[in-house]
Design a protein around this ligand. Structure first.
Ligand code: HAM
Length: 421
């Protein structure tokens, strides 16, 4: 009787996390490769920061009134008594890294990308995990709305390569420190009038940061928020002008978009541009990626006054709608008889691998028939036959499994044949 290992609950993966197994991981690798290729064409460079950071980084960066900080962080005290947090997002980490290494003094364009796990203690559901993965890009020191349009265009270029169809791009401006206070006051007033109908969380948000009411997932609150004043009516001249330019650049780049005045996004740091690309093929968790401008974060961290803009794409969500063909693998299976042939097989496998051929040697005492059965099962493209005769002659058998054709040759001759097929 085989034991049901899935019943060992205490050892099972943690709720909201997912194993990515062979068969699926190839799609992840393809996405990562295409993302890298795409971003480097736009002169982005990879920047890798740690998985955990001081808790204050996110409290200050992501923002103390966000759901992410108030409810969703994986925070723990380490043995040195420090409060650390598994990053819920990447943007504050990049800002910290730039400041710590004074990358702003190097004179190189500050365009960075990264791919990796993020952690949020949210309610798991389809498209929402507690460990999920983002592809993140950030640009610093570019005030012009043209760069916001350029990164939106870059996101589209990547989604196209990934075969993602049926998307909609939403854009908005959330203003700046000059114009947002008046909007917050108007929201507070509107929320005050409906206070009794709002959930307790939103009643609190009305006091602390009324913009955050737009993030509420309670249907009644969403309906009420839909009737709140629009930020578009409160933008100062500079923000209005920036937003007009963003739309004009998107038109130049022929990116269709919709202005959504409620798109404030769930993080506190945004200024001016916000955007999201959503999929029409997904349910509640339909945001494939989101981002925007955050011109004050570095200054607020006590660093130089350098503006930033960027976005993060959710890998799980994108892969759930991507059309990526799994790469075709051609495997050479090494079939040997006896110990001496096995050792010769190892050396042959090294030769073929060094020449770019994927090779498999299994260290089991099998007869030739069993080797062929195994090669068939593994859908190997070819079988290399190594026996005593073959070793003595220095010539080996090669069977092409699809055709059943078998030839004999030196390893160099066989390599030439493999390369041709
Ligand atoms: P975000 O909107 O919080 O933005 O996350 C970006 C994307 O990550 C979402 O659109 C979604 O695809 C994915 N995502 C978020 N939470 C989850 C989850 N629990 N499970 C699965 N996927 C998820 C940010 O994180 C900002 N740092 C983006 C940014 C970069 N803004 C400026 N620069």
């Amino acid at each position: 009787m085989t034991e049901d290992l899935s019943a060992k609950k205490e050892l099972a993966a943690v709720k909201g996390t997912k194993d990515i197994l062979p068969g699926e991981v190839e799609k992840w690798q393809a996405l990562e490769r295409l993302a890298r290729e795409t971003f480097e064409l736009y002169h982005f460079r990879e920047l890798r920061a740690p998985v955990f950071e001081p808790t204050e980084l996110f409290e200050k960066g992501t923002g103390p009134t966000t759901d992410v900080v108030t409810k969703e962080m994986y925070t723990f005290v380490d043995k040195g008594g420090r409060s650390l947090t598994l990053r819920p997002e990447y943007t504050p980490s990049v800002v910290r890294t730039i400041m710590e290494h004074r990358l702003d003094l190097e004179g190189a364009p500050m365009r960075y990308y990264y791919m990796g796990p993020m952690f949020r203690y949210d309610k798991p559901q389809k498209g929402r995990y507690r460990q999920f993965h983002q592809v993140d890009i950030e640009v610093f020191g570019e005030k012009d709305a043209a760069v916001d349009a350029e990164i939106i265009e870059m996101a589209h270029a990547l989604l196209r390569k990934l075969g993602v169809a049926g998307t909609e791009t939403m854009v908005n401006s959330v203003g700046c420190r000059a114009c947002r206070p008046a909007y917050s006051a108007a929201l507070r007033e509107a929320a005050g009038k409906r206070r009794a109908d709002l959930c307790p969380d939103c009643q609190r948000k009305a006091e602390t940061n009324p913009l955050r009411i737009f993030d509420c997932k309670v249907e009644a609150c969403r309906e009420i928020a839909a009737s709140f004043p629009s930020i578009q009516d409160f933008l100062c001249e500079e923000c209005r002008d920036h937003f007009a330019k963003l739309r004009a650049y998107l038109d130049v780049l022929e990116i269709p978009y919709r202005v959504d005045p409620r798109l404030v996004r769930g993080l506190d740091y945004y200024t001016k541009t916000t955007f999201e690309i959503v999929s029409s093929h997904l349910g509640a968790q339909n945001a494939l990626l989101g981002g925007g401008r955050y011109d004050d974060m570095m200054k607020d961290f006590g660093g130089p006054d350098i503006c930033g803009t960027g976005f993060a794409m959710g890998i799980e969500r994108v892969l759930s709608v991507a059309e990526i063909a799994a790469p075709l693998r051609k495997i050479l299976y090494v079939a040997y008889l006896g110990d001496a042939a096995m050792r010769a097989g190892l050396i042959l496998a090294r030769f073929f691998r060094a020449n770019g051929v994927e090779c498999l040697v299994e260290f089991k005492d099998r007869g030739m028939k069993a080797h062929f059965g195994r090669a068939n099962k593994l859908q190997a493209a070819w079988v290399l036959i190594v026996g005593e005769d073959e070793m003595a002659k220095g010539r080996f058998g090669l069977k092409t499994m699809a055709t059943g054709r078998q030839v004999e040759g030196t390893r160099e001759e066989l390599l030439a044949l493999l390369r041709e097929s």
